[in-house]
Design a protein around this ligand. Structure first.
Ligand SMILES: *[C@@H]1O[C@H](CO)[C@@H](O)[C@H](O)[C@H]1NC(C)=O
Ligand SMILES: *[C@@H]1O[C@H](CO)[C@@H](O)[C@H](O)[C@H]1NC(C)=O
Length: 322
């Protein structure tokens, strides 16, 4: 989506950008603060109006008392192919993004869990804070982790590629891994963190060889799932989110390297890349399902559940038959 334009728009804030003769693609124009920040994404580009108008947006704060245990999910483990893939890590000026090689022959499939289709792994977004007290986009009970790794795939049964799938029904899966500071870092994550010094500035990129997405995953089958959107523009409400119920770990040194990355190009670095997070969005009336059966967890006896205690029959003899 590298649409280019020099047309003037009337919005007073945007006029600053458009009418000053700057010609740039839409992709360049959003960031995480000020007049191109999350509150304005939906105004910058009409195709992104879901960012402002949508009611099934991401990220959200996952409050434990909103979780609904769904017994149908218990037998359905999430499946991610184990083999390794290669790709490129980019500093886009907005995020740190890993994209899998377009011509790789062995795609990584993501399926099972709450997914009704087979999805093909495509990219990873890394969100993180400048301080330890925030960084993840999704929050758990109001708590933001120092970072979040989002693994995106597209529905390969219905669509040809990510750009087609992202705005279509059931187009995308987003796996969310919370990142916590610890002394036993995830070895697969280390393959990525060891390249941070090669992507210091916007536009820099570096190849990453032989990484296994499945080995990035923390050691648990437990997750929370809900229907939402991409957390970057255009905020399309096409994403099934699966938030894994256990963090992966990064060391202080790795986080320090990450925080040295800058938003701008080498000659004009602007601000640090960190704090690249969209604020949490309202849940509205969505359900967050989980495969964690709290009944078997001490002290959580009263958590809501979808276990069927009541059985209904179709009412064949409705009153208007007379
Ligand atoms: C992934 O799914 C495709 C079909 O969509 C299949 O051809 C391929 O073998 C699968 N990959 C693996 C590693 O199972
Ligand atoms: C994605 O698929 C659509 C539909 O087949 C096609 O028109 C488009 O060129 C593809 N985009 C990319 C980036 O491959």
């Amino acid at each position: 989506m590298s649409r280019r334009t020099t047309r003037c728009v009337t919005h007073v804030l945007l006029a600053l950008l458009y009418c000053s003769g700057i010609e740039a693609s839409w992709e360049e124009w959003w960031n995480y603060d000020g007049i191109s920040g999350p509150a304005f994404w939906g105004l910058i580009n009409p195709e992104w109006n879901m960012c402002n108008k949508g009611r099934r947006q991401s990220p959200i704060d996952i409050s434990p008392d909103k979780l609904l245990f769904d017994p149908d999910l218990v037998e359905r483990h999430l499946h991610i192919d184990k083999h390794k893939v290669s790709g490129t890590l980019y500093n886009t000026g907005q995020s740190l993004v890993f994209r899998v090689d377009k011509n790789s022959k062995h795609h990584v499939n993501i399926s099972g869990g709450p997914l009704d289709y087979k999805y093909q792994f495509e990219e990873i977004y890394i969100h993180y804070g400048i301080e330890n007290n925030k960084g993840s986009e999704h929050q758990i009970h109001g708590y933001s982790f120092p970072g979040e790794i989002q693994i995106y795939g597209f529905n390969k049964e219905l669509y040809n590629n990510m750009s087609e799938a992202q705005y279509k029904s059931q187009g995308i899966v987003g796996l969310s891994l919370m990142v916590q500071i610890g002394d036993t870092p995830n070895p697969e994550l280390r393959i990525i963190t060891s390249t941070f010094n090669k992507v210091l500035y916007k536009g820099f990129s570096t190849p990453i060889m032989h990484i296994s997405i499945s080995s990035l995953m923390p050691n648990t089958h437990h997750y929370m799932t809900y229907e939402g959107s991409t957390t970057h523009p255009g905020c399309w409400e096409s994403t099934v989110w699966i938030v894994i119920n256990k963090p992966i770990y990064i060391t202080k040194q790795e986080l320090y390297q990450l925080r040295r990355l800058m938003q701008g190009p080498e000659e004009r670095p602007k601000a640090p890349l960190g704090n690249n997070l969209r604020p949490v969005q309202s849940l509205h009336h969505r359900t967050i399902r989980t495969n964690i059966d709290f009944k078997h967890t001490k002290g959580h006896n009263s958590c809501p559940t979808m276990l069927r205690k009541n059985h209904y029959r179709a009412n064949k003899w409705s009153s208007d038959i007379g």
